[in-house]
Design a protein around this ligand. Structure first.
Ligand SMILES: Nc1nc2c(c(=O)[nH]1)N[C@H]1C(S)=C(S)[C@@H](COP(=O)(O)OP(=O)(O)OC[C@H]3O[C@@H](n4cnc5c(=O)[nH]c(N)nc54)[C@H](O)[C@@H]3O)O[C@H]1N2
Ligand SMILES: Nc1nc2c(c(=O)[nH]1)N[C@H]1C(S)=C(S)[C@@H](COP(=O)(O)OP(=O)(O)OC[C@H]3O[C@@H](n4cnc5c(=O)[nH]c(N)nc54)[C@H](O)[C@@H]3O)O[C@H]1N2
Ligand code: SF4
Ligand SMILES: [Mo]
Length: 761
């Protein structure tokens, strides 16, 4: 600043400084990674004292660069929502009453250990919902709770979501989360199957502002092709869209793989020396010529062949599939074939292709010896009633109800539900709801009294996202670009509400017999010391001392970062990452574009890409036998909506307002045939199950397919969701059969289920 010349100048400076003081006293800006969806946008929270005055995108964010969606305002509305729970609830004589934290933990101590003593560890089940993957406290401390419980009964939303993909990448690349993602900024061709990133903002692919990235791709001459039974918002911004018969992706994908071999388009390039099983795949797909697949999947043979050629001849291309390809009978096969194509076309692990992110912390594919490993192990035990295999340490969510309501040795007596709402989010929630009422004891860790937590005996509410710190442990593993960002709490907690990691640890302490009043920090220290002894042996004292100033989840983040692939290795790499360095960069640290990682990323015992896992090859017989199956007259699929997030954001005014959205989309021809009118009501029936939904006629639907969003149906008694209850919508999952699963992964079939549709007078 130039030297001040005049009295006038000096006065201005005094004024500016006065204003700055007001700014610092009253207005402040906090940074928060949005926890609502996988895009993980960096946001700026403007505060006046404790009041949230504005939420906007952080333009300087190294990863999301100024993008946000309408849900971001939900951070303010959630914080202020009068229905959001701030203190624990205990059910007494069927009614919830507010309780202190000490009372709530004491109630758990009174009721949980006796059940374990009487029935054994497996009598206590845990069920985890989607927000767990967005919450470092829950994610980091659940393993400690699970270890203390020692129960095999672990369930989560993964098995109504991505577990088929986890299984296929686990078998192929050796760890559950080694999911390759499109390197969209350098790609020329994207084939998107059963995903709608324009609305979902990406999944197993963290890609904020998909729209701009897709636009740039097309502006540089690239192409996007979408395969979906609905002409989605993503299809609208693509070059081509093809309807596919729901649930028939496996036939389409087999047709593509067949073509690659048939037309001699297979080019593994650099991957050749790192891949096993190419010949087996060639042999296995011989019978699946596109000409035989076309009728079954609804896509012409010429189109399948043309797409195979485009993928093979584009220099930089990737195939990406999501929910639509997972939540169906062939979820595992589809997930596998997508990456088989990425490998056979030489696009896996190549710039502009499907690449492996390298997260700064917590990724199994950055730990231990690189290049090979134990691979993944599944099926170590089977569920009691249906005999479903454990995958990645959990049983299918659709087995939870039967494990509670089927008497016998090993029956579940206690449930700890953590940030999940399976009564709405899982098929046949009515059965689950009934089962929950038969439990001896149920704890919900949730922020609402909703369709699931209403069944609990004790509810422990989590903090508002603005009151807790955040490091993204999950989605950094699926990010289109490597980065590290940290959000400190934007606001101090009101009262004595603990962080969720503390509650988890306290329940673990209760199970361990340490008592509900135990000193949590002492317990946490002891657990960490044990872990360090195992991982770093003699160096544990040094590491423990370095971590000493921090506690809880934050301390775990510091440990993972410093020992991670970019870390300072506790002083050995002084330029490396530490939590302090990330904290000093409120808009994050960019760690660069994705780089090739094969073979280093692999953790298979062979040290190779396993292109032809036996389990998957064996399942092709099922597809082969199903080739002639006729198309049902009408099938139902799901859809996501921009202002909604599964079941739990319907109580926030800015997201709940506007036109009614829980509508059943049908093609005009179907509407005419079935005498359905726009805005009229339709009965949707699956055997004895029936719901009534409002019809919306849409030329974007594939004929013979009806689309209804999930997560609705807020008309169940005993909840405290005033706004959501005003327009409850209907529950798609009430129609679906909990016994319909992808047999390999146990994932629920949520898509392509045959229904009858009829007009309601
Ligand atoms: N038919 C059909 N069903 C589906 C799907 C579909 O496409 N079609 N999609 C499936 C998918 S992909 C998923 S991921 C699942 C989701 O299944 P769930 O995770 O069971 O459902 P959500 O609606 O996300 O419920 C999240 C719960 O977490 C609570 N919550 C929110 N924030 C916090 C927090 O900070 N702490 C705690 N303790 N609790 C919190 C909410 O109040 C809510 O109860 O639904 C699945 N269900
Ligand atoms: N706004 C918003 N964003 C969200 C969520 C939300 O509820 N709302 N949920 C979050 C969660 S938990 C997840 S897992 C992700 C999911 O992310 P996405 O997978 O991108 O989500 P969807 O929008 O459900 O897209 C699935 C698409 O599959 C299509 N589909 C259905 N059946 C089939 C089929 O058999 N074959 C094919 N090829 N396509 C099919 C549907 O028409 C739909 O367009 O989104 C996340 N983001
Ligand atoms: S796109 Fe997802 S992460 Fe970004 S602001 Fe919207 S809800 Fe939040
Ligand atoms: Mo999900």
């Amino acid at each position: 600043m130039p030297a001040l010349q005049t009295h006038h100048d000096r006065r201005i400076v005094v004024l500016i400084e006065a204003e700055r003081n007001i700014m610092t006293e009253q207005t402040s800006i906090a940074h928060r990674i949005c926890p609502f969806c996988e895009a993980c946008c960096g946001l700026e929270i403007e505060l006046e004292g404790k009041k949230i005055t504005r939420i906007r995108a952080d333009k300087a964010d190294v990863f999301s660069a100024g993008f946000l969606c309408p849900k971001a305002i939900g951070l303010k509305e959630l914080h202020e929502d009068p229905d959001r729970l701030r203190s624990p609830l205990i059910k007494r004589n069927g009614k919830f009453i507010e309780a202190s934290w000490d009372e709530a933990y004491a109630e758990i101590e009174r009721r949980l250990p006796p059940v374990i003593a009487q029935y054994g560890a497996d009598a206590v089940a845990t069920v985890l919902g989607n927000p767990v993957s967005h919450k470092m406290g829950l994610l980091l401390y659940f393993p400690k709770l699970a270890k203390a419980l020692g129960s095999r009964n672990i369930y989560s939303a993964s098995s109504v979501d991505q577990i088929p993909k986890m299984l296929s990448v686990g078998l192929m690349f050796g760890s559950w989360l080694s999911v390759p993602v499109p390197d969209i900024e350098r790609s020329d061709f994207l084939l998107i199957i059963g995903a709608n990133p324009m609305v979902s903002n990406g999944s197993l692919w963290t890609v904020p502002d998909f729209r701009s990235k897709a636009k740039s791709l097309r502006e540089r001459g690239g192409k996007i092709v979408v395969i979906d039974p609905r002409k989605t918002e993503t299809a609208e911004v693509a070059d081509a869209h093809h309807f596919i018969r729901p649930g028939a992706d496996v036939f389409f994908l087999l047709g593509l793989v067949h073509t690659l071999f048939d037309e001699k388009l297979v080019r593994l390039g650099r991957l050749a020396e790192h891949t096993l099983g190419v010949e087996q795949v060639d042999e296995a797909v011989k019978e699946f010529a596109p000409e035989r697949m076309a009728r079954r999947c609804g896509i012409a043979a010429a189109t399948i062949r043309e797409l195979a050629r485009s993928l093979a001849t584009s220099e930089r291309a990737a195939v990406y599939g999501r929910i639509g390809t997972c939540t169906q009978e062939y979820g595992s096969l589809c997930s596998w074939l997508i990456d088989v194509i990425n490998v056979l076309t030489g696009h896996l692990d190549q710039e502009g292709g499907a690449m492996f992110p390298k997260a700064a912390a917590f990724a199994a594919n950055t730990r231990g010896k690189s290049g090979s490993g134990r691979g993944v192990i599944s099926g170590r035990h089977h569920s009691r009633v249906s005999g479903m295999a454990e995958i990645s340490g959990e049983f299918p969510l659709t087995c939870l109800a039967e494990e509670i309501d089927t008497p016998g040795t090993g029956q579940i007596k206690v449930l700890i539900a953590i940030a999940g709402n399976p009564v709405l989010s899982a098929p046949n929630g009515a059965r689950l709801a009934k089962a929950l009422d038969q439990l001896d004891f149920m704890v919900s860790m949730d922020i609402y009294l909703n369709e699931t937590s209403r069944h609990a005996d004790v509810i422990l509410p989590g903090l508002s996202p603005l009151e807790e710190a955040h490091y993204d442990m999950t989605f950094t593993q699926f990010s289109y670009r490597n980065h590290a960002r940290y959000s400190p709490p934007a606001l101090a907690t009101e009262g004595k509400q603990p962080d969720e990691w503390e509650s988890m640890l306290r329940i673990a302490a209760i199970v361990k017999g340490l008592g509900s009043n135990t000193d949590i920090d002492v317990f946490d220290d002891a657990l960490l010391e044990q872990d360090l002894q195992r991982s770093v042996g003699d160096a544990s004292a040094h590491v423990m001392a370095a971590l000493r100033p921090l506690r809880g989840a934050e301390r775990q983040v510091e440990l993972a970062l410093r020992s991670g692939p970019y870390g300072d290795q506790f002083g050995q790499q002084p330029d490396g990452l530490t939590l302090a360095k990330i904290k000093a960069a409120p808009s994050g640290i960019d760690l660069g574009a994705l780089t090739p990682r094969i073979p280093e990323v692999l953790r298979t015992p062979s040290g190779k890409i396993e292109l032809a896992p036996q389990m998957l090859l064996a399942d092709l017989g099922r597809a082969s036998a199903d080739l002639e199956a006729p198309a049902p007259d009408m099938v139902i699929i799901g859809r996501r909506q921009l202002r909604s997030n599964n079941s739990w954001m319907h109580n926030l005014p800015a997201l709940a307002k506007g036109t009614y959205r829980c509508t059943a989309l049908v093609h005009p021809d179907d509407a005419q045939r079935l005498h359905l009118v726009d805005g009229g009501m339709a009965q949707i029936r699956n055997g004895a199950r029936m719901i009534t939904a409002q019809v919306e006629i849409s030329a974007g639907m594939m004929p013979g397919v009806v689309s209804l969003p999930h997560g609705w149906g807020h008309d169940l008694p005993g909840t405290q969701l005033a706004l959501a209850g005003e327009r409850p919508g209907v529950n798609l999952n009430a129609l679906l059969d909990e016994n319909l699963r992808d047999p390999l992964s146990g994932n629920a079939v949520l898509s392509g289920v045959a229904v009858e549709l009829s007009a309601l007078e």
